[in-house]
Design a protein around this ligand. Structure first.
Ligand code: HEM
Length: 421
């Protein structure tokens, strides 16, 4: 990585105060996987590595676009807290109770909203519970779930790889991790998607997700198994039932959509980029390289709320006030011209992107998510190698969201494998 930022932010109109007069809306129609990269570059050119944005009418925040700035934001817990109780708009009662943004920053006893020793205690329990799940078994589970899904549409000559595949696979694997039956897994997945949809129903979606998880926690207290819930409860961190439920909410919410987007974006690249596909076919690239390329160029989590400034400070050329919200601009940081490898394209094996975040809150399930995404790509390449996009690439539709790079659908057609009924 190179060091000196190229962009010098313009002088502030009123020193000591953030420029809240012209925040760029990070909401509304038209903000999707197609439009967001151009928006990041406009904001970077206008404001430098930290730009004023609005997440909803009247809900102002800073979008952190610089690679070095995202690293500092995620690593420096003294200046930037994960605890939403510090948020000035929340403290001043300026966030409407029905604001969709509340579900994303809501205050719950989970690792996601904690700092320092409180975070480390819950993080140790969650990370150990995930890590103790046997990798070979997880790989086998993901492979066989992927193959069963491919079988379910292989005879049809066409499929939507988002709805029929990328969306379903993580739900099946996470249900297995939790030791939940598939019906419960789907109920939880539906609720988790509702949480990240950031709409008026998001707060209710959190409650819909808590119910089945609470039932699982109660059941495993009495009858432990070899699943994440049981391992979380048995961890020396001694989580209360309430803490266990809310940390499991974090696991379910964090896993579903991000893994789905990672799989869908990688399949899209393989279907649309003949160079990448041919490098893969000829062994010049591995599936893991293709997955990394997507983490650099189309990170599944585009922007992530949030951190809160613990004091007034100058950051990325802006005057940030104590209590201001800062959003992690993961996609913009990966595209920071000062951070990208000099060849302009990510080099094979380079995993210094921030797609999984960084610092103490960096994703604890990177390896597990990779096992699932790798199984998804390999099963499809093995069983349906001659597959093509069923429409011109420019007609692909993205789900409108400033948070996730989500394809709405990925329609493909293919010749069914011999012997398929
Ligand atoms: C099996 C799938 C996954 C699980 C179980 C999972 C779980 C989690 C959990 C529990 C956290 C919170 C960590 C903390 O606050 O200490 C987290 C953070 C994070 N995850 Fe994942 N995750 C999964 C897949 C993914 C994928 C595919 C991506 C995108 C490439 C991703 C991106 C992130 C990011 C960016 C954070 C950092 C949040 C921050 O800095 O505040 N995760 N994940």
């Amino acid at each position: 990585m190179t060091a000196t930022p190229r962009h010098r932010p313009p002088a502030r109109p009123s020193p000591g105060r953030p420029d809240r007069r012209r925040p760029t809306p990070l909401y509304g129609p038209g903000l999707d996987g197609d439009a967001l990269p151009a928006l990041y570059e406009r904001l970077r050119a206008e404001h430098g590595p930290v730009a004023p944005v609005a997440l909803a009418p009247g809900i102002h925040a800073w979008l952190v676009l610089g690679y070095r700035e995202v690293l500092r934001l995620t690593r420096d817990e003294r200046d930037f807290s994960r605890d939403p109780r510090r948020w000035n708009l929340l403290r001043e009662n300026l966030v409407p109770v029905d604001s969709p943004i509340r579900a994303l920053v809501g205050r719950r006893p989970t690792l996601v909203f904690a700092d320092g020793p409180r975070h480390r205690r819950m993080r140790a329990a969650v990370a150990d519970a995930l890590a103790r799940f046997d990798r070979h078994e997880l790989s086998r589970t993901a492979r066989s779930a992927a193959e069963r899904l491919v079988d379910s549409f292989a005879g049809r000559r066409e499929a939507d790889l988002v709805a029929h595949y990328a969306h379903k696979l993580p739900v099946r694997v996470v249900s297995r991790l939790l030791g939940a039956d598939e019906r419960t897994g789907w109920r939880m997945a539906e609720a988790a998607f509702g949480v990240v949809a950031a709409n008026a129903d998001s707060v209710n979606a959190v409650r819909r997700l808590e119910r089945p998880l609470r039932a699982l926690v109660e059941e495993r207290r009495g009858r432990p198994g070899s699943d994440i819930v049981s391992r979380l409860l048995a961890h020396p961190a001694a989580l209360s039932d309430e803490e266990a439920v809310h940390n499991l909410v974090a696991v379910v919410v964090a896993s579903g959509r991000a893994t789905r987007n990672w799989i869908a974006s990688t399949l899209r690249v393989l279907l649309t980029d003949a160079g990448v596909r041919s490098s893969l076919d000829h062994g010049h690239l591995t599936v893991d390289d293709a997955l990394d390329l997507v983490l650099w160029r189309f990170p599944p989590v585009q922007n992530l709320p949030a951190r809160y400034a613990t004091r007034d400070l100058r950051f990325g050329g802006q005057d940030v006030r104590a209590g201001d919200m800062l959003v992690l601009g993961l996609a913009a940081a990966n595209a920071d011209p000062d951070a990208l490898p000099r060849c302009g394209r990510p080099v094979t094996g380079n995993r210094s992107h921030v797609a999984f975040g960084a610092g103490p809150h960096a994703c604890p399930a990177q390896e597990q998510a990779r096992l699932v995404a790798r199984a998804a790509v390999e099963a499809l390449r093995n069983h349906l190698p001659r597959m093509e996009l069923a429409l011109p690439e420019r007609e692909l539709v993205w789900a409108p969201s400033p948070w996730a790079g989500s394809l709405a659908a990925l329609p493909v057609r293919f010749a069914p494998p011999p012997g398929t009924r």
